[in-house]
Ligand binder design. Structure first.
Ligand code: ADP
Length: 462
């Protein structure tokens, strides 16, 4: 039987050896999930909400255990893992409430001997594929609305971080959610993906990960016309206007850029700074980045942990080297530490000045603790740079001028906008991207829609 080994990215220690599900085992689970839908969909929303709430309570009771597992397998500082556990729970509690607001409607008919009704019902078995950067929250914001809507759920966590998810699914079962209603598959994405996309039991694929894999899933799922929700890559611009409060901007810029070592799809990726505040921003931001401590996330003084794996590390190093070769100056950081024996990969918080648009870092998602700064002198140029990407996930801008703020909101082609806010993600708001950043939204009232089918009933001969 194939094994999946899980390592601590900060130390290289082996954390667990898991046996992977074979194709036949996955197919058995898919059938079980499909069969369980028949009973789960007929539970009352109040029953489902109570079970989801109970699951949330159990995660809270075990939040320190879950956070430790997460830091060990993902590398993020322990306080960030704890923050993620609470964020993950907030999706469950939000959707336990939202379950009670799955409304239908009645529509006036053309003639009086007819009635028209519209009802909503769970779509069926949902298969989720999740990434390693938020091992808990990326699952609960799919599982919460799916279970609330009456769908059954099967999830394949990322190969690097399956342990958090396995623990969460165990807690779901402990809370009383039936075993076949929420299931976990351990395996390699490129092998599990086609089993999910080709299965007639699966009605919907929900995915968070890279844009190339998302495109692949969309095309593979076309054969069985599956519903698709896609949270894909980003390349967030962070625009700083000439009137912005730079000290406040620094707090937001540091949080947005260096959280999770820069490995989030909504991380600030391109700092686009008005020339009048360029010197002040650059100096203060560089000093703040320099003060960040690189290390093992289990050490409470660590601000920035390791990168998840060699593939991620190589991409970040390549972007730094490319920028340097094209004339960028390294204002702080730029140092990478690869321990070939332990297989650990760190990059120190890095700020790049003298950046130009031809550098890879200005067109490719970075997923690392590297901040390129580029100057602008009129707002339309800033907008052109910001929008000049196939991505459209998150964008940030900082101004206290309301006309400028509304102008930017009107013209930025992004699904999530932070105006004087570097951390906009929250359970009650719709998260998702324009263009190649994805399809659909997670969070908010929008986040349950993709798990519901619409059924129209026409009653005649009255
Ligand atoms: P990253 O490059 O950041 O790891 P991926 O998009 O490759 O991002 O990974 C996100 C998730 O997608 C992981 O769970 C991974 O196993 C899964 N995955 C990778 N390749 C495929 C594929 N061909 N089909 C389905 N899932 C995949």
């Amino acid at each position: 039987m194939n094994e999946l080994k899980v390592f601590n990215p900060a130390t290289g220690d082996l954390l667990a050896t898991l046996s992977m599900d074979s194709k036949e085992m996955i197919e058995t689970k898919l059938k079980a999930g499909h069969d369980a839908f028949r009973t789960w969909r007929n539970t009352s929303v109040y029953e489902r909400a109570a079970l989801i709430d109970r699951w949330a309570d159990l995660i809270i009771e075990q939040k320190d255990v879950v956070a430790k597992i997460m830091t060990e397998e993902n590398g993020k500082p322990l306080r960030e893992s704890l923050g993620e556990v609470l964020n993950a729970v907030s999706y469950l509690t939000w959707y336990a409430e939202e379950a009670k607001r799955i409304y239908g409607r009645t529509i006036p008919a053309n003639t009086n001997n007819k009635r028209i009704m519209v009802t909503r019902q769970g779509i069926g078995l949902v298969a989720a594929i999740t990434p390693w950067n938020f091992p808990a929250a990326m699952m609960t914001r799919k599982a919460g609305p799916a279970l609330a809507a009456g769908c059954t759920f099967i999830v394949k966590p990322a190969e690097d971080t399956p342990l958090t998810m396995i623990k969460l699914v165990e807690l779901a079962h402990e809370a009383g959610i039936p075993k076949d209603v929420i299931q976990c598959v351990v395996g390699v994405g490129s092998e599990v993906g086609p089993v999910f996309t080709s299965s007639n039991y699966v009605r919907k694929i929900t995915f968070t990960g890279s844009t190339p894999v998302g495109k692949r899933l969309i095309s593979e799922g076309a054969n069985t016309v599956k519903h698709m929700s896609m949270e894909l890559g980003g390349h967030a611009p962070f625009i700083i206007c000439e009137d912005a409060d730079i000290d406040f901007v620094i707090t937001q810029a540091i949080a947005s850029k260096f959280r999770n070592a820069g490995q989030t799809c909504i991380c600030a990726n391109r700092f686009i700074v008005h020339k009048n505040v360029l010197a002040e921003f650059t100096e203060k931001f560089t000093a703040a980045a320099k003060a960040l401590k690189l290390g093992n996330g289990m050490d409470p003084t660590t601000d920035v942990g390791p990168l998840i794996n060699k593939k991620g590390f190589d991409k970040v190093v390549e972007q730094i080297e490319d920028a340097k070769a094209k004339g960028a100056s390294v204002l702080v950081g730029g140092t990478s530490f690869e321990d070939k024996e332990k297989k650990t990969y760190f990059v120190s918080p890095t700020v790049l000045g003298d950046v130009t648009l031809d550098m890879q870092i200005m067109s490719e998602e970075t997923f690392g603790p590297v901040a390129p700064i580029i100057a602008y002198d009129d707002l339309d140029t800033a907008l052109e740079i910001a929008n000049g990407t196939p991505f459209g996930l998150a964008a940030y801008y900082f101004t206290n001028d309301y006309k400028r703020g509304i102008y930017l909101q009107d013209h930025l082609n992004f699904g999530i906008i932070g105006w004087n806010d570097g951390l906009p993600t929250t359970a009650q708001a719709p998260f998702g991207g324009f263009k190649e950043s994805g399809l659909g939204r997670e969070g908010g009232i929008e986040g349950i829609e993709p798990y519901l089918e619409t059924k129209y009933l026409s009653i005649g001969n009255l």
